[in-house]
Design a protein around this ligand. Structure first.
Ligand SMILES: Nc1ncnc2c1ncn2[C@@H]1O[C@H](COP(=O)(O)OP(=O)(O)O)[C@@H](O)[C@H]1O
Ligand SMILES: C=C(OP(=O)(O)O)C(=O)O
Ligand SMILES: [Mn+2]
Length: 538
């Protein structure tokens, strides 16, 4: 049989690559492999996928889907996953046979089409990295992959053997009745075939977050703790981690002119220390200001991709939420001055759990005991913020295990156990920081100012909070510092910020009760961990 002709556009030898593509079983007319940023941008503009805005970055609109689609995300149910994945509302099952059929359908769909491939890695630690291949039908999505994943050297590229493949074909839509999906959109992870299929959505975050889920499944077996956190490192080589669900401030607070950025979203913690999974950042742009977030502002330049930011006379208007609250910019790590590349750090001295409390009752900063840290990690109380997931229009209180339930295939206890071991071994101090509302709930109070959250985080990291006095909050069972440099003391106790003290008491009690109720779902938890949480008596 005559093999179909595939034209490969690449600056390197293509024989090996071509045979890999053929054995994967696709026959596009043309494949562009690891194009330069300039070429990717040029083609994206030619194909009218986007425009160059006044900052020189590429502006794209993702259409109907401007956030993640959690109901359309599946994991293939098979021998490998049936008793290792925490099946339920987050991790939906997909039959292996249906996956095979959908994969074949997608392969036929891309026949004779033009495709873009990014070959690279997930994981900055060479011992724990995963070689990947991302195949796209949209060129700007390939630029996103290039910015967000880890770029290979030419030598690595020539010898590349991908272990995981993402086939992300935005123009391919599923037919639920035939394909077994929930809607036209699907994100399906097959841990046995080592393939992720994405179709029907252009929200580029699906690509990075599905590979994150893959790492979160794989790493615990290797004794590595995968974490939904950002990381940075100070002058004394002190590493800090910031855990938090989407929109709670991982990206914003880890971009700090006095510390070097390791990464803004996904990391692993091995016996050697911490390492980024990614090669770039995906920052929120809504209400972005040069004053409050200068590093992110300055990263919006040629090579970066702006998603769903409204343009006025070609100038980005970050305050306009016409298309979504979840406007984003994707840029490579080296766009942040001083970023650590390869992105590895030490064992963290300080960990911050970021929570955006929409009820406005949690203190803006408190110190946790080891048991308290375990309790809050498992609880993962925060809120889903508008836009990141489909259907979320205003902050919604949730308990998101490990501060990243949508991305954790295994039961929370698997991750919590490693956290406990690591913070004990490395004497890591953990703080809970509320970057959410103060002075009342969402709608009444205001979101805590970024500059105050920054000052609190700085104080936690530089040791200032080791020498101040603390006040114990009996309801939440938290230790609240009575002073923090550069923060007005009266905001440290949330009750002071509410005019109506009775409402505060009611809301605080309600939240304590929510914590207690939520925690009942965990079985076989050590009593000292349970008693480190809020205390609620009906
Ligand atoms: N006190 C605060 N701390 C951190 N971010 C804040 C605060 N107040 C408002 N914000 C805004 O909230 C968003 C935080 O998003 P981001 O840092 O991207 O979160 P994540 O990386 O955890 O998804 C940004 O748009 C930021 O401007
Ligand atoms: C990209 C996402 O996450 P984050 O806001 O944590 O960057 C997302 O949840 O789609
Ligand atoms: Mn982020």
């Amino acid at each position: 049989m005559l093999l179909p002709l595939i034209e490969v556009v690449s600056t390197l030898k293509v024989d090996k690559f071509l045979s890999q593509i053929q054995s994967f079983g696709i026959s596009p007319s043309k494949i562009h492999r690891n194009l330069s940023v300039d070429d990717l941008v040029k083609i994206a503009v030619e194909k009218k996928e986007g425009v160059i805005n006044s900052t020189g970055s590429l502006s794209v609109n993702t259409g109907k889907y401007t956030g993640r689609s959690p109901d359309d995300r599946f994991i293939v149910y098979d021998d490998k996953t049936h008793n290792t994945v925490d099946w339920g509302k987050v991790n939906h099952q997909f039959p292996s046979g249906k996956f095979e059929k959908l994969l074949e359908k997608m392969k036929s769909f891309v026949n004779n089409k033009e495709l873009y491939v990014f070959d690279g890695f997930v994981g900055a630690d060479k011992d724990n990295r995963l070689p990947i291949r991302v195949i796209n039908d949209h060129v700007w999505q390939s630029l996103f992959a290039r910015n967000l994943f880890i770029r290979p050297t030419n030598e690595e590229l020539e010898n590349h053997n991908p272990e995981f493949t993402i086939l992300c074909i935005n123009n391919f839509e599923a037919v639920p009745a035939v394909d077994g999906t929930e809607s036209n959109v699907f994100i399906i992870i097959d841990l046995t075939r080592k393939i992720v299929l994405i179709g029907g959505t252009q929200y580029a975050g699906e690509m990075k977050k599905s590979m994150f889920s893959v790492m979160n499944f794989l790493l615990p077996e290797k004794g590595v703790f995968p974490m939904h956190c950002s990381a940075n490192i100070g002058k004394d080589d002190d590493t800090a981690l910031f855990f938090g669900l989407s929109g709670t401030g991982k990206t914003t607070l880890s971009a700090d002119p006095n510390r070097k950025l390791i990464g803004d979203d996904e990391h692993g913690w091995s016996d050697n220390g911490t390492f980024n999974f990614e090669g770039g950042c995906y920052a929120k742009c809504i209400n972005l200001s040069q004053e409050a977030e200068p590093e992110i502002w300055n990263a919006i330049r040629p090579g970066a991709v702006l998603e769903n930011v409204v343009l006025n006379n070609n100038q980005p208007d970050y305050d306009d939420n016409l298309l979504t609250e979840n406007t984003r910019v994707a840029y490579p790590l080296d766009y942040i001055p001083g970023a650590v590349i390869p992105s590895v750090g030490g064992h963290p001295k300080v960990i911050v759990f970021l929570t955006a409390d929409a009820l406005g009752v949690l203190p803006p900063i408190s110190r946790l005991t080891k048991e308290g840290a375990m309790y809050h990690f498992m609880s993962g109380y925060t809120s889903k913020l508008a836009g990141t997931e489909r259907g979320i229009k205003e902050p919604k209180s949730v308990f998101s295990e490990c501060f990243g339930a949508p991305f954790m295939p295994r039961p929370a206890a698997v991750y919590a156990k490693v956290l406990g071991e690591k913070i004990t071994k490395h004497n890591t101090v953990v703080y809970l920081v509320n970057t959410g509302w103060s002075g009342g709930p969402y709608g009444v109070g205001k979101r805590i100012k970024i500059k105050y959250s920054r000052a609190m985080v700085t104080a936690a990291i530089n040791g200032s909070l080791n020498i101040v006095k603390y006040k114990h909050d009996d309801l939440f069972n938290l230790d609240i510092p009575t002073e923090v440099p550069d923060v007005p003391s009266d905001i440290l106790d949330p009750k002071n910020t509410w005019t109506d003290k009775d409402s505060y008491n009611l809301s605080a009690k309600k939240l304590a009760q929510m914590f207690v109720e939520n925690f009942k779902k965990f079985q076989n938890v050590a009593p000292e961990i349970i008693s480190a949480g809020p205390v609620y008596h009906a």
